[in-house]
Design a protein around this ligand. Sequence first.
Ligand code: GAP
Length: 430
Amino acid sequence: MDKIVSLCKRRGFVFPGSEIYGGLANSWDYGPLGVELKNNIKQLWWDRFVHRRDDIVGIDAALIMNPKVWEASGHVATFNDPMVECKNCHERYRADQIDMNAPCAKCGKKDFTEVKQFNTMFKTNLGPVDDGKSTVYLRPETAQGMFVNFKNIVDTSRKTIPFGVAQIGPAFRNEITPGNFIFRTREFEQMEIEYFVKPEEWEKWFEYWLEQQKEWIKEIGISDGAVFVEIPEADRAHYSKRSIDTEFKFPFGQKELYGLAYRADFDLTQHQKMSGQSLEYTDPHTNEKYLPHCIEPTWGVNRTLLAVLCSSYREEGEGKEKRVYLALPPKLAPYKVAVFPLMANKPQLVEKARAIYQDLQKHFTVAWDDRGNVGKRYYSQDEIGTPFCITVDFDTVEKDNMVTVRSRDTKEQPRVKVEELISYLTSKLV
Ligand code: GAP
């Protein structure tokens, strides 16, 4: 884990948040490579679950919603974590994550307060007056944006049951004990689908979405570290009648990566009651009216990024031959290809390499490097997971108009004609 955190900082994937001010507990900023990796994850997900299907539509709801949403959803009453405080050093813990009979991990004393329920929704005020009436919350899940727009979507999109609504966006939780790098933070992003089905068909669709989650982890190359865990009733969220978590073997232990929940008609029923508006769906064939049931597969963006980094981190060889590389699936790699002139002080090489670089940029994300020797440049691109490196040498400009294309994974270096580069790379970058 230390190696991954250090690589993230050194190469510009993830920086400690507000670092020049001494940081802000467990907040993280995504740097030039981190934002590319994160965007690629989100884009791949959106393509797979929205663009390449005709039964799912997207939405982008406001982060701050009417506070009645959170009363109806049960979050005001039940979105609590049990908290205890050490009376000696005032360190706070989640009571369900520590052994209450063991001493405080910080000061070694054994004197905890009673367990208190702490609501983890972030509160703020709407407008300039803080009179208690203007309290609103930052959303703790993206899901409610889909439920409160259910009728709008049915009326405008002409989707018929079964269909889903997808959303990617930030969520906020005032976690008592954030930690493990970007694993548990107070602001994070979710990719969620609320999939609405006929009540009697929920089991079939639950199995279907479990399979879809398995396919997704295969696509992003993290399935080896994944384990599927049925969640017992006592540990399920208040809205769920069945849950299966995808857990992942992170370096700090096996932890929740994704969730799958059968929310039944809990949310639509609650919003119908609270808003006084009918959210019933009318079957276009039978005219039967009913509240659909909901299957919710949910994915954390930041945990996905961490699992992808953990799965792709490789060390190979010894001594001078040692290399570190990220075996990222090409679709996720921040740069797909890097272009180098063999020598930075030979204008004819630089000019040719620059022309290739600009041409490739119309098709791929491309890095440019002319520092140091080619071996060092390979090392540097390997470490950030760039699948291919192209070197322009004297033969390219004087003889054959071919370049060396070196593969990150195999280290093979075939010569490829410049005019065939785009089709060569396109066929390899799948
Ligand atoms: N709408 C359902 C829902 O929010 P959840 O299991 O509470 O379910 C879904 O959250 C996913 O969001 C988790 O599986 C995880 O990937 C991510 N997540 C939750 N809390 C997080 C946190 N504090 N930091 C980073 N990711 C988090």
